[in-house]
Design a protein around this ligand. Structure first.
Ligand code: GDP
Length: 361
């Protein structure tokens, strides 16, 4: 499955956040036989629709979609040159599908900052510089050979051109992501086999003091620093506390700091979107479940997420939108109201589709 790598300078609250993430672990509760790597936190993506469906179908349990976060230790200035855990760090990032930077904004004299001052802007620059330098190194390793090859092989020329353009962007101090050259899109396609770090989608977690959680001017300023990446504001210590509480107590604590949902819930949502994922839903007496698919997935591809045989033997999908199902109150009622659609192989799944697949075995 797709993973989000968590990176950040030392002492910014990564471990605190990661511990909160793993305490929140939905795998432990729902998939007791799953083996989990110690540096992976699997977080449920909260979806209020699931409880509604479970009520309609009398489901015994609810399985939300999940996002995997990987704790990647070791970024310091000079990581691209192999400082600290540099090389291992870069390899771990290369394996992630998105990069989540944790940025310190909280002020606490008892927690030393590696550079002796709190400055989200320069911390972001420090991390991005290491990632950009690593990409430039990768490019410098392959470009001379490819450029030579392109002189005799015309089909290599577009690739060389794309690499040269990427190099120019990186040399201005910009990540490829910020310049719109994003993994999985056409623009990044010629660069695919270079596995450049900064073509991965980025998201930012600002670890802030509680007062800043509701400080809109402050948040707008930080958002502007990282756009087009998404920014999430949370207090890592608060998140760790919330993860220990039951629902009612957690809600009370959240309200006392002016928040509607835990920062981890926001992080799960934003992470899920950043990875380019969406869900569809299945429901029955046994379970109500959100299944994860790529945005734009077709009905047979969606069926394949449940079982490869469902994809191979796909006949059609009976689809009812979540809203129609809630409005009519049951599958039978939805059918007689003409709200149940039979969709074929070409159908592109929509968020909130409640689905039953028909297939040959
Ligand atoms: P890491 O090095 O990035 O993994 O940072 P840690 O999670 O180990 O946190 C470093 C120190 O900062 C620890 O003493 C934490 O208790 C403290 N810390 C983490 N988050 C916060 C926060 O939101 N506010 C304050 N005041 N301290 C925090």
């Amino acid at each position: 499955s797709l993973t989000i790598g968590i990176v950040g300078l030392p002492n910014v609250g990564k471990s605190t956040l990661f511990n909160a993430l793993t305490k929140n672990d939905v795998l432990a509760a729902n998939y007791p036989f799953a083996t989990i790597e110690p540096n992976v936190g699997v977080v449920g993506v909260p979806d209020p629709r699931l409880a509604k469906l479970a009520e309609i179908f009398g489901s015994a349990k609810i399985l939300p979609a999940t996002v995997d976060f990987v704790d990647i230790a070791g970024i310091v200035r000079g990581a691209s040159e192999g400082e600290g855990l540099g090389n291992k760090f870069l390899a771990n990032i290369r394996e992630s599908d998105a990069i989540c930077q944790v940025i310190r904004a909280f002020k606490d004299e008892n927690v030393v900052h590696v550079d002796g001052r709190i400055s989200p802007k320069s911390d972001i620059e420090t991390i991005n510089t290491e990632l950009i330098l690593a990409d430039l190194q990768t490019i410098e390793k392959v470009l001379p050979r490819l450029a030579k090859e392109a002189r005799v092989k015309k089909d290599v020329q577009p690739k060389v051109k794309a690499i040269e353009e990427a190099k120019e962007i990186l040399e201005t101090g910009q990540t490829l992501f910020a310049a719109g050259v994003v993994q999985g899109t056409e623009k990044a396609e010629p660069l695919h086999d270079l596995h450049l770090l900064t073509t991965k989608p980025f998201l930012y977690v600002f670890n802030v003091d509680e007062e800043e959680l509701t400080d809109d001017a402050f948040k707008a300023e930080q958002r502007a620093l990282v756009a087009p990446a998404e920014a999430i504001f949370l207090n890592a210590k608060l998140e760790a506390d919330l993860a220990e509480l039951d629902d009612d107590e957690a809600l009370e604590l959240l309200q006392s700091v002016g928040q509607e949902e835990p920062g981890l819930a926001t992080l799960a949502h934003v992470g899920f979107n950043t990875l380019g994922l969406q869900t569809y839903l299945t429901a029955g007496p046994k379970e109500t479940r959100a299944w994860t698919i790529k945005k734009g997935a077709t009905a047979p591809e969606a069926a394949g997420v449940i079982h490869t045989d469902f994809q191979k033997g796909f006949i059609k999908a009976e689809v009812i939108s979540f809203e129609d199902l809630v409005e009519t109150g049951s599958v039978a009622e939805a059918r007689s109201a003409g709200k149940a659609r039979m969709e074929g192989k070409e159908y592109v799944m929509r968020d909130g589709d409640v689905v039953e697949f028909r297939f040959n075995v």
